[in-house]
Ligand binder design. Structure first.
Ligand SMILES: Nc1nc2c(ncn2[C@@H]2O[C@H](COP(=O)(O)OP(=O)(O)O)[C@@H](O)[C@H]2O)c(=O)[nH]1
Ligand SMILES: [Mg+2]
Ligand SMILES: [Zn+2]
Length: 321
């Protein structure tokens, strides 16, 4: 459906595909798109959109003449958040009603960073969402490196798909893994996320989410995300590349619970207050020695826990959720 056909049907319900300064871009359930403004009371006390309406939200519309307005937002069956950037400790809901988080990382250029991947993974698991690791730029390394990295994430239950944005390797496997599941794509900038999405949603403008064949003038998005729906059962949410990913609702004390290969061993330590450092009878170290916890995941867990501890100490009024 083209822009000119918009709003010919006064739909009552729609799905948010993009949040702009002036309004919200939506998908109706009939294969079309439309725009709507947001009622003040939906925005809450601060009269700012904030987290009130996010990509993936299901909304109810009211019509005034030819103008649609979002009147209500349905409860979210899932949501993926991060800590908003900036000094204040604030939640940023990135997207809602998701089924899968696709973590895009590159083998090299930029080098694979366990820190970022493991943060996003912990956040996904905390939201109750399964995660998939798309390991891109596999042309820049060898097969052993690729296999070893993906193997590190198997005990955590993360499906790994090696990809190459240049040859298109792995793109079909990635598409089929996402089919029927609304998939949020998250990754460090430069890893090839846009390149992969160009393969997965050909012809879509990754800033606006629009199909490229009509010349809509560029708009400024406040949204951190855009929902692409290249086929009725394929939905990808693109997000801007992140440089740092701040966790939300996860702190040094509950971090281990967000590592599926570490959590089951938490009750196996001799001492109930075990810090899993050098205590005798530590169940986590035993699991590490048996190989049940991959060494690189353990090292990244320790680093991340130390970072969170330092953040918490620098900010004594940290409230988490
Ligand atoms: N060698 C190599 N380069 C890639 C691959 N995928 C993407 N690139 C390049 O990496 C750069 C960053 O890609 P882009 O898709 O913009 O990354 P994004 O910031 O994650 O969206 C571009 O120059 C791409 O051409 C790949 O699989 N192999
Ligand atoms: Mg990009
Ligand atoms: Zn222990």
């Amino acid at each position: 459906m083209r822009a000119g056909d918009e709003a010919t049907v006064r739909v009552r319900e729609a799905t948010v595909r993009r949040v702009d300064f002036g309004g919200v871009a939506l998908f109706d359930d009939l294969g079309g798109t439309l725009e709507a403004m947001v009622r003040g009371r939906v925005m809450g006390k601060r009269k700012a959109l904030g987290n009130a309406v996010v990509v993936g939200d299901r909304v109810t519309l009211e019509w005034e003449a030819e103008r649609a307005a979002i009147d209500a937002v349905a409860p979210r069956r899932s949501a993926f958040s991060r800590r908003a950037s900036g000094e204040r400790v604030e939640e940023q809901v990135v997207a809602a009603n998701l089924d899968l988080v696709v973590i895009v990382a590159s083998l090299h250029r930029p080098d694979f960073k366990h820190g970022l991947v493991d943060r996003v993974l912990a956040q996904a698991l905390g939201a109750g969402l399964p995660a998939l690791l798309a390991l891109n730029k596999t042309d820049l390394g060898n097969a052993e490196e690729t296999a070893a990295l993906l193997a590190d994430y198997q005990p955590a239950g993360v499906q790994g798909i090696p990809t190459c944005g240049i040859t298109g390797l792995g793109v079909d496997a990635l598409r089929e893994a996402c089919r029927g599941r609304r998939a949020l794509f998250v990754g460090h900038s430069g890893v090839g996320k846009s390149t992969l999405l160009d393969h997965l949603a050909p012809g879509h403008d990754l800033v606006t989410g629009d199909v490229n064949d009509h010349t809509g003038k560029g708009r400024h998005t406040t949204s951190a995300a855009v929902l692409l729906r290249p086929e009725p059962d394929l939905e990808f949410i693109d997000t801007p590349g992140v440089r740092a990913f701040g966790l939300w609702g996860i702190d040094a004390d509950n971090l281990a619970g967000h590592y599926p290969e570490i959590a089951p061993h938490l009750g196996e330590c001799r001492f109930a207050d075990c810090r899993h450092d050098r205590e005798p009878g530590c169940g986590l170290h035993a699991a590490l020695e048996r190989g049940d916890i991959p060494a690189r995941r353990w090292e990244s867990f320790l680093r991340l826990r130390a970072e969170l501890l330092a953040e918490q100490q620098a900010r004594p009024r940290y409230g988490g959720r």
